[in-house]
Design a binder for this molecule. Structure first.
Ligand code: 5GP
Length: 208
């Protein structure tokens, strides 16, 4: 009997390294999938439709929102981003652990509307370090960096609403912390209901 998978929300300000953390986490364990989001932004070089994102027009995106097909959605830098509901429920029921890597406004919606979601906020070591990382990426103008830093300060204040907070100072340590969170969450009763039945039925169970 399969236990229901864990729905994990990973969020934090832009530039805290959520993508790199997930790549590192993939090296540590393979028992999770990253949800593929919908977006209206243009694909970057090398990005594949259906793998990195579902790339939609604004009209297509709005139709999905109106049809109730989005678990959450938000605008970010002038584009829409959202988590499609299709398959999510089935995959959780099939026992898959799913990570949503999303910005804070979308994360807030999931935290508010889903009692089962486990939320993790990624903090930068300091706002100054975050600003330096944004500068080193070389993607933004001075003005945009100032704006993003201000926005990050506002977002960091929301970290209190999350279940867990990790700091991305050392990438490996940060991924390892998230891996430990997944291990503990797997032991929660909501994911272990079947084990009780199995023990009572005298089926020998293993600890994990
Ligand atoms: P990027 O355009 O750099 O891939 O992503 C920009 C931001 O959008 C990141 O902070 C990323 O976490 C967030 N994002 C990606 N997918 C989703 C989504 O489905 N919903 C929300 N709310 N944010 C998302």
């Amino acid at each position: 009997m399969k236990n229901r998978g864990i729905l994990i929300v990973l969020s934090g300000p832009s530039g805290t390294g959520k993508d790199s953390i997930l790549r590192e986490l993939k090296n540590l364990r393979s028992d999770f999938e990253i949800s593929v989001s919908c977006t209206t932004r243009k694909p970057r070089v090398g990005e594949i439709d259906g793998k990195d994102y579902y790339f939609l027009t604004k009209d297509e995106f709005k139709q999905k929102v109106d049809a109730g097909d989005m678990l959450e959605w938000a605008t970010f830098c002038g584009n829409y981003y959202g988590t499609p509901k299709h398959e999510l429920e089935d995959r959780l029921d099939a026992g898959l652990n799913i990570i949503l890597e999303i910005e804070v406004n979308g994360a807030e919606q999931v935290i508010r509307n889903s009692s089962e979601a486990v939320s993790i906020f990624v903090l930068p070591p300091s706002v100054r370090v975050l600003k330096e990382r944004l500068k080193n990426r070389g993607l933004d103008s001075e003005e945009a960096i100032e704006m993003r830093t201000k926005e990050a300060e506002r977002e960091i204040a929301l970290a209190e609403n999350y279940d867990y907070v990790v700091v991305n100072d050392d990438l490996k340590e940060c991924a390892s912390d998230i891996s430990k969170i997944i291990d503990s969450e797997k032991l929660r009763i909501i994911h272990r209901k079947n084990i009780i039945k199995e023990v009572l039925k005298n089926e020998r169970v293993v600890s994990r």
